[in-house]
Design a protein around this ligand. Sequence first.
Ligand code: C2E
Ligand code: MG
Ligand code: MG
Length: 274
Amino acid sequence: TLERDLGLALDHGGLSLHLQLQVDAQRRPQGAELLMRWRRKDGSSVPPDQFIPVAESSGLIVPLGEWVLREACLAWHALVRVGHRLPLSVNVSPMQFRQPDFVARVESILQETGVPPGQLVFEITEGLLVDRLDQTVARMHELAALGVRISVDDFGTGYSSLAYLTRMPLYELKIDKSFIRDTPHDKNGTAIVQSILAMAGHLDLRVVAEGVETAAQAEYLGQHGNASMQGWLFHRPMPLDLLVRHLGVVKQIGARRAADAQATEAKVNEAKAA
Ligand code: C2E
Ligand code: MG
Ligand code: MG
């Protein structure tokens, strides 16, 4: 039933995308991830953890993934129009990634929409790195040659070998939220977060911490490296129109802070001169 309804939802506008901002330690927006949402006709929502596996097993993930990519490109333009050039992250499922014409489809959507490839980050999961590694690495290089950036989502939860990290044109690691949940109160979880931060630093990879929910987690991350953060502490995933309004407010606050800082500095200088 889910499979049939999901197909219908794709054809009849039942799917939508939410965006969740990623911020730096000063809470400045650094990018956003697109997350798929499905509301059924009766008003109930089906969580992605339930319908993405169905989409994968039925092959529907291929047209779904393409729809997401196109929507991401439109969203990128919409954000640029309101003054925010934010890289957007898109989840790419293994099945979609392995389609023979995947790279060509990506290239044609980029050309069609005119989005600079470097403004897109493809999030893949470690599952993709377990088998057929040579093929996967070759494909990543093709995408990197286009200029698209590649991120490993839910990093630390898979079973892949660490040696692969140096063989791939990776841009970013996303620390899985299960480790962030245990930080900083649990010694083991914190040790894993710390190790990932150190490794990413040595390999020159960007890091995003997922599922940041508490001030203690944000504080820990702020003091140990310069990971970007994504989580309910900062922003919930929201529809594009809401995000646009929200960013307008963020910009106003930023401008006010800058003006305040300038005024303070002027006063200090005046006092010094006096
Ligand atoms: P993900 O890519 O790891 O996405 C992060 C998930 O964490 C999202 O769940 C997000 O809503 C949730 N999240 C964000 N901040 C917090 C927080 O502070 N605390 C907690 N507990 N959770 C937080 P969501 O939206 O339910 O998506 C679940 C998964 O479904 C995603 O995990 C991704 O693997 C998959 N997914 C979602 N959209 C797509 C898509 O367009 N394509 C594909 N292939 N997979 C998708
Ligand atoms: Mg993701
Ligand atoms: Mg994740």
